[in-house]
Structures are given as C-alpha cells and as structure tokens.
Design a protein around this ligand. Structure first.
Ligand code: DGL
Length: 273
C-alpha cells in the first residue's frame, strides 16, 4: 500500500500555529505544510477567489501523494471547504479527505463560557460567511455569538509589523468593537490561525476575566480522534515523523518568519502553482 503524509494548508504562516500543536500531539506521522504566501492574505478576497486558490493548493497536496489534507485556515475552511468536499472530492478521489478548523472549534467552544456569550475574532471573509454562528448554534443553540472582523491583523502579522506601536492601535480597536456588542462576552475565540501570534497583545487590551481560546490544541485533539476513528486512513499515512515545508513565495522569507509561528527553525522549498 502507498504511504503518504498529512497535508496542512494555510494562506501563509498562520497554519504553522496549528501544525505546531498537531506535531506535539501526533509526532509519529509525516507532514507536508504549504503556505500560499504569494497570494496571502485570503481574508479580504471573494468567495470564488478563496475557493479557486484553496482548490489549487488541495490538488497540489494530492499530487504529492497526500490522502488527508487539513485546511489550517479559517477563511479557506469557511469559504472553500464545503464546495471542495461536496463538488470536487468525488472527482479527485473518493477516499481522499479534506478537513477544516471550524467544526472542531465550534463543537466545544460553548463549554468555555459561563455567561453564554462568545466573541469571535476572524478575517472579514470568515465573519461574513456566518460559519461560526451557524455551526456553534448546531452544538449550542442557546449560546449568543458576537463577531468582529479584524482586517488589519493578518497584514500586520504577514509583514512582521505586529509588534510595532502602530499595531496596538488596531489590536485595541477590534477588541473594543467586539466587546461593545455585549457586556456579557466572557470567551473570545481567535478564529484565525494567525492570531495566536498576537495573544499577548490581545490579552493586554482585553479586560481581566475574558478567556482567550486559540485553535491549535483543539484542532490537534480533533485530528487525533479522527485518526483513531478512521484506522484505514491512519494506516495509510506514513509514520517517520518527517516535516516538509513549501511556500508559493520566497523560501528565504518563509524561513525567516516561520520559526515565530512554528516555534522552531524550518527549511522550506519554493513551488509555483
Ligand atoms: N490564517 C487564515 C485564517 O485562519 C487566513 C489569513 C488570511 O489569509 O487572511 O483565516
């Protein structure tokens, strides 16, 4: 039987915050990471553009022999995952699987809140898709969901300017706008895989007592459960603990930025799509 790695995808660096936690929980598997840095950010792009870009990247993973691809990107999960699963996968390979990050987060986020009011911080695309309120209400019908788009955050992060004094202005602005929607919000989900990089600053600008939830550990746990429940998939994935990194933009830039997100030095290769 052919052996294959797990594909992990993001528009840029953000998915590395998810891969880091996945590797911590499931170190035995092989992984291929692709950041579509040349076309990031996805968050402000149209539905069709995000779908086309994401599909192209998923097809690239399949060409590398991956049978399982994780969209470690909320924007792609919100705007492309369903179409890929329903329209494209039957043509691309009935046994292949593409999973996202929204479902694992919405399944449990209601358990974090005592007040029953949750704030979602995400890209414009994720917020406008309404995926979070819709999915959360399937699991927690009583929970009130408030959303705030943070269009300046990913550009600040991708450009390495998230630690500048100018960044504080935008970090505070979006948190204030979210919390102005309800005084009851006691839990905030960082619904963009780039945002854990801002967690200290987000904490600094949030009132005490608000719980900030990142997705890395949640997605990793959910993937572990998925592989446990799908032994035929688990058996197909090669287990030598290898990691390969690819980017659609400069490999040197990727390597210079990636360790901040992944917590370790990485060596990437450039690909053209
Ligand atoms: N990191 C991605 C997310 O989780 C998207 C960032 C972007 O490209 O705008 O939504």
């Amino acid at each position: 039987m052919k052996k294959t790695a797990i594909g992990v995808f993001d528009s840029g660096y953000g998915g590395l915050t998810i891969l880091k936690e996945i590797v911590k929980q499931l170190p035995e598997y092989d992984y291929i990471y692709l950041g579509d840095n040349a076309r990031a950010p996805y968050g402000t792009r149209s539905f069709d553009t995000v779908y086309q870009y994401t599909l192209q990247c998923v097809e690239w993973f399949f060409e590398q022999g991956c049978e399982l691809v994780i969209l470690a990107c909320n924007t792609a999960s919100a705007k492309a995952l369903r179409s890929i699963q329903q329209k494209d996968l039957p043509k691309l390979g009935a046994n292949k699987r593409v999973l996202g990050v929204i479902r694992p987060s919405t399944e449990i986020i209601g358990n974090f809140s005592k007040t029953g009011s949750i704030g979602i911080l995400g890209t414009t695309g994720t917020v406008l898709s309404e995926s979070y309120p819709i999915e959360i209400h399937k699991f927690f019908p009583e929970i009130k969901v408030f959303q705030q788009a943070c269009p300046m955050w990913v550009p600040l992060i991708e450009n390495g300017a998230f630690d500048s004094p100018g960044a504080d202005y935008f970090i505070k602005q979006y948190i204030d706008e979210l919390l102005a929607q309800s005084a009851e919000i006691d839990t905030i989900l960082l619904a963009c895989t780039h945002y854990p990089i801002l967690i200290d600053k987000i904490k600094q600008h949030s009132p005490a007592g608000i719980e900030l939830v990142s997705q890395g550990g949640i997605v990793a746990k959910s993937l572990a459960q998925y592989l446990d429940n799908h032994q035929s998939m688990s058996k197909m994935i090669s287990k030598t603990g290898s990691l390969q990194f690819f980017t659609t933009d400069s490999a040197t830039d990727f390597d210079n930025h990636a360790s901040l997100f992944f917590g370790k030095e990485v060596k990437s290769e450039h690909i053209f799509l």
